[in-house]
Write a protein that binds this ligand. Structure first.
Ligand code: PLP
Length: 223
Protein backbone atom coordinates (compact mmCIF):
# COMPACT_ATOMS: atom_id res chain seq x y z
CA UNK A 1 0.00 0.00 0.00
CA UNK A 2 1.24 3.52 -0.74
CA UNK A 3 1.85 6.06 2.02
CA UNK A 4 -1.09 8.13 0.78
CA UNK A 5 -3.42 5.14 0.87
CA UNK A 6 -2.25 4.27 4.38
CA UNK A 7 -2.81 7.82 5.59
CA UNK A 8 -6.32 7.84 4.19
CA UNK A 9 -7.22 4.51 5.74
CA UNK A 10 -5.81 5.52 9.12
CA UNK A 11 -7.60 8.88 9.16
CA UNK A 12 -10.90 7.44 7.95
CA UNK A 13 -10.77 4.69 10.58
CA UNK A 14 -10.37 7.39 13.24
CA UNK A 15 -13.39 9.44 12.16
CA UNK A 16 -16.61 8.93 14.11
CA UNK A 17 -19.74 8.19 12.16
CA UNK A 18 -21.14 11.31 10.54
CA UNK A 19 -17.76 12.98 10.04
CA UNK A 20 -16.58 13.23 6.42
CA UNK A 21 -13.06 13.66 5.08
CA UNK A 22 -12.11 16.23 2.46
CA UNK A 23 -8.63 15.44 1.10
CA UNK A 24 -6.98 18.82 0.51
CA UNK A 25 -4.92 18.25 -2.60
CA UNK A 26 -3.81 21.79 -3.44
CA UNK A 27 -0.23 22.01 -4.73
CA UNK A 28 -0.02 18.22 -5.09
CA UNK A 29 0.28 16.53 -8.49
CA UNK A 30 -2.54 14.54 -10.04
CA UNK A 31 -0.61 11.29 -9.45
CA UNK A 32 -1.01 11.86 -5.71
CA UNK A 33 -4.73 12.48 -6.11
CA UNK A 34 -5.06 9.26 -8.12
CA UNK A 35 -3.46 7.30 -5.29
CA UNK A 36 -5.97 8.80 -2.90
CA UNK A 37 -8.79 8.03 -5.32
CA UNK A 38 -7.65 4.41 -5.62
CA UNK A 39 -7.73 4.21 -1.83
CA UNK A 40 -11.43 5.13 -1.97
CA UNK A 41 -11.25 8.89 -1.46
CA UNK A 42 -13.82 10.83 -3.49
CA UNK A 43 -13.94 14.32 -1.94
CA UNK A 44 -11.00 16.60 -2.74
CA UNK A 45 -10.37 20.21 -1.72
CA UNK A 46 -8.62 22.79 -3.89
CA UNK A 47 -7.96 26.45 -3.17
CA UNK A 48 -7.00 27.90 -6.57
CA UNK A 49 -9.29 28.12 -9.59
CA UNK A 50 -6.66 27.42 -12.29
CA UNK A 51 -5.32 24.41 -10.42
CA UNK A 52 -8.81 23.01 -9.90
CA UNK A 53 -9.69 23.45 -13.57
CA UNK A 54 -6.47 21.72 -14.63
CA UNK A 55 -7.09 18.73 -12.34
CA UNK A 56 -10.76 18.08 -13.11
CA UNK A 57 -10.25 16.53 -16.58
CA UNK A 58 -7.37 14.42 -15.23
CA UNK A 59 -9.51 12.71 -12.59
CA UNK A 60 -12.53 10.38 -12.75
CA UNK A 61 -15.89 12.09 -13.05
CA UNK A 62 -17.26 10.86 -9.72
CA UNK A 63 -14.83 13.06 -7.77
CA UNK A 64 -16.58 15.60 -5.59
CA UNK A 65 -14.56 18.83 -5.74
CA UNK A 66 -14.73 21.30 -2.86
CA UNK A 67 -13.43 24.80 -3.41
CA UNK A 68 -11.86 25.97 -0.14
CA UNK A 69 -9.87 29.11 -1.00
CA UNK A 70 -10.69 32.78 -1.33
CA UNK A 71 -12.69 33.08 -4.53
CA UNK A 72 -12.26 36.13 -6.72
CA UNK A 73 -15.56 37.04 -8.29
CA UNK A 74 -14.02 37.34 -11.77
CA UNK A 75 -13.06 33.65 -11.63
CA UNK A 76 -16.31 32.42 -10.16
CA UNK A 77 -18.06 31.60 -13.43
CA UNK A 78 -15.39 29.05 -14.36
CA UNK A 79 -16.06 26.79 -11.39
CA UNK A 80 -19.85 26.91 -11.33
CA UNK A 81 -21.16 23.47 -12.26
CA UNK A 82 -17.70 21.99 -11.66
CA UNK A 83 -17.20 22.45 -7.92
CA UNK A 84 -19.73 20.36 -5.98
CA UNK A 85 -19.35 22.69 -3.04
CA UNK A 86 -17.87 26.12 -2.40
CA UNK A 87 -16.82 26.04 1.26
CA UNK A 88 -15.44 29.55 1.37
CA UNK A 89 -18.28 32.01 0.85
CA UNK A 90 -16.89 35.06 2.62
CA UNK A 91 -19.20 37.85 1.49
CA UNK A 92 -22.81 38.49 0.67
CA UNK A 93 -21.78 39.77 -2.74
CA UNK A 94 -20.06 36.46 -3.52
CA UNK A 95 -23.13 34.52 -2.41
CA UNK A 96 -25.41 36.58 -4.68
CA UNK A 97 -23.04 36.08 -7.61
CA UNK A 98 -22.83 32.33 -7.01
CA UNK A 99 -26.61 32.28 -7.06
CA UNK A 100 -27.01 34.25 -10.27
CA UNK A 101 -24.24 32.36 -12.08
CA UNK A 102 -25.64 29.00 -10.93
CA UNK A 103 -29.09 29.94 -12.15
CA UNK A 104 -27.68 31.07 -15.46
CA UNK A 105 -25.81 27.74 -15.80
CA UNK A 106 -28.91 25.75 -14.86
CA UNK A 107 -27.26 24.17 -11.83
CA UNK A 108 -27.51 24.34 -8.04
CA UNK A 109 -24.36 25.11 -6.07
CA UNK A 110 -23.92 23.90 -2.50
CA UNK A 111 -22.07 26.37 -0.30
CA UNK A 112 -20.77 26.87 3.21
CA UNK A 113 -20.53 30.28 4.83
CA UNK A 114 -17.00 31.01 6.01
CA UNK A 115 -16.58 32.20 9.58
CA UNK A 116 -13.60 34.21 10.71
CA UNK A 117 -12.80 33.54 14.36
CA UNK A 118 -9.00 33.19 14.21
CA UNK A 119 -6.62 35.82 15.52
CA UNK A 120 -5.01 36.39 12.12
CA UNK A 121 -6.34 39.48 10.38
CA UNK A 122 -5.45 38.03 7.00
CA UNK A 123 -8.09 35.33 7.06
CA UNK A 124 -11.37 35.81 5.24
CA UNK A 125 -14.95 35.35 6.35
CA UNK A 126 -17.81 36.70 8.41
CA UNK A 127 -17.42 37.31 12.12
CA UNK A 128 -19.98 35.34 14.19
CA UNK A 129 -21.98 38.56 14.71
CA UNK A 130 -21.94 39.39 11.01
CA UNK A 131 -23.09 35.91 10.08
CA UNK A 132 -25.94 35.73 12.59
CA UNK A 133 -26.98 39.22 11.53
CA UNK A 134 -26.88 38.13 7.90
CA UNK A 135 -29.10 35.11 8.58
CA UNK A 136 -31.57 37.15 10.60
CA UNK A 137 -31.95 39.64 7.73
CA UNK A 138 -32.66 37.04 5.07
CA UNK A 139 -35.34 34.48 4.49
CA UNK A 140 -33.30 32.95 1.65
CA UNK A 141 -36.31 32.48 -0.58
CA UNK A 142 -34.45 34.96 -2.79
CA UNK A 143 -31.73 32.38 -3.45
CA UNK A 144 -32.79 30.42 -6.49
CA UNK A 145 -29.86 28.17 -7.27
CA UNK A 146 -27.79 28.03 -4.10
CA UNK A 147 -28.08 25.65 -1.19
CA UNK A 148 -26.51 26.93 2.04
CA UNK A 149 -25.38 23.70 3.73
CA UNK A 150 -23.54 25.00 6.77
CA UNK A 151 -20.42 26.82 7.90
CA UNK A 152 -16.66 26.52 7.45
CA UNK A 153 -13.94 27.94 9.65
CA UNK A 154 -10.33 27.79 10.72
CA UNK A 155 -8.79 28.07 14.15
CA UNK A 156 -5.96 30.41 15.01
CA UNK A 157 -2.58 29.16 13.82
CA UNK A 158 -1.03 28.46 17.23
CA UNK A 159 0.24 25.63 19.44
CA UNK A 160 -2.11 26.75 22.19
CA UNK A 161 -4.72 23.99 22.24
CA UNK A 162 -7.00 25.97 24.53
CA UNK A 163 -7.16 28.80 22.00
CA UNK A 164 -7.78 26.37 19.13
CA UNK A 165 -10.59 24.67 21.05
CA UNK A 166 -12.09 28.06 21.89
CA UNK A 167 -12.12 28.99 18.19
CA UNK A 168 -13.74 25.69 17.21
CA UNK A 169 -16.38 26.02 19.92
CA UNK A 170 -17.22 29.50 18.70
CA UNK A 171 -17.65 28.21 15.13
CA UNK A 172 -19.89 25.41 16.38
CA UNK A 173 -21.97 27.58 18.70
CA UNK A 174 -22.53 30.10 15.91
CA UNK A 175 -23.71 27.27 13.66
CA UNK A 176 -26.04 25.97 16.37
CA UNK A 177 -27.48 29.40 17.06
CA UNK A 178 -28.25 29.95 13.37
CA UNK A 179 -29.75 26.50 13.02
CA UNK A 180 -31.92 26.44 16.10
CA UNK A 181 -32.79 30.10 16.70
CA UNK A 182 -32.13 32.33 13.75
CA UNK A 183 -32.98 30.25 10.69
CA UNK A 184 -34.73 27.09 11.93
CA UNK A 185 -36.54 26.78 8.59
CA UNK A 186 -33.34 26.55 6.60
CA UNK A 187 -33.35 23.01 5.20
CA UNK A 188 -30.20 20.92 5.03
CA UNK A 189 -28.11 23.34 7.07
CA UNK A 190 -26.05 20.69 8.82
CA UNK A 191 -22.36 20.85 7.91
CA UNK A 192 -19.66 22.22 10.20
CA UNK A 193 -16.40 22.14 8.25
CA UNK A 194 -13.47 22.61 10.63
CA UNK A 195 -10.22 20.84 11.45
CA UNK A 196 -7.04 20.44 9.40
CA UNK A 197 -4.04 18.10 9.71
CA UNK A 198 -2.79 19.49 13.01
CA UNK A 199 -6.09 19.94 14.78
CA UNK A 200 -8.82 17.76 13.29
CA UNK A 201 -9.22 15.39 16.31
CA UNK A 202 -9.88 18.45 18.49
CA UNK A 203 -12.24 19.88 15.86
CA UNK A 204 -14.25 16.65 15.95
CA UNK A 205 -14.51 16.87 19.74
CA UNK A 206 -15.87 20.38 19.22
CA UNK A 207 -18.55 19.28 16.73
CA UNK A 208 -16.97 19.16 13.28
CA UNK A 209 -18.78 17.10 10.64
CA UNK A 210 -16.25 17.68 7.82
CA UNK A 211 -12.49 17.74 8.27
CA UNK A 212 -10.13 19.14 5.62
CA UNK A 213 -6.83 17.28 5.73
CA UNK A 214 -3.96 17.99 3.33
CA UNK A 215 -0.49 17.49 4.78
CA UNK A 216 -1.62 14.54 6.89
CA UNK A 217 -2.52 12.68 3.69
CA UNK A 218 -0.19 13.97 0.98
CA UNK A 219 2.80 15.25 2.97
CA UNK A 220 4.30 18.72 2.85
CA UNK A 221 3.30 20.98 -0.03
CA UNK A 222 5.96 22.26 -2.46
CA UNK A 223 4.98 25.88 -3.07
C1 PLP B 1 -4.67 24.09 2.94
C2 PLP B 1 -5.95 24.07 3.68
C3 PLP B 1 -6.29 22.98 4.50
C4 PLP B 1 -5.38 21.79 4.75
O1 PLP B 1 -4.33 22.12 5.58
P1 PLP B 1 -3.33 20.99 6.14
O2 PLP B 1 -2.71 21.62 7.33
O3 PLP B 1 -2.35 20.70 5.06
O4 PLP B 1 -4.15 19.80 6.50
C5 PLP B 1 -7.54 23.00 5.09
N1 PLP B 1 -8.40 24.03 4.92
C6 PLP B 1 -8.10 25.08 4.15
C7 PLP B 1 -9.09 26.19 4.01
C8 PLP B 1 -6.87 25.15 3.52
O5 PLP B 1 -6.57 26.23 2.77
Amino acid sequence: MTAIAENIQRIKASLPEGVELCAVSKFHPVEALREAYDAGQRTFGESRVQELLAKIPEMPTDVCWHFIGHLQTNKLRQIIGRAAMIESVDSERLLRLIDSESERAGTVTRVLMQLHVAAEETKFGFTPDELTEFFSRHGFESLKATHICGVMGMATNTDDEARIAEDFRLIHSTFKKIRSEIAPDLRGFDIVSMGMSGDYPLAIECGSTLVRVGTGIFGERQY
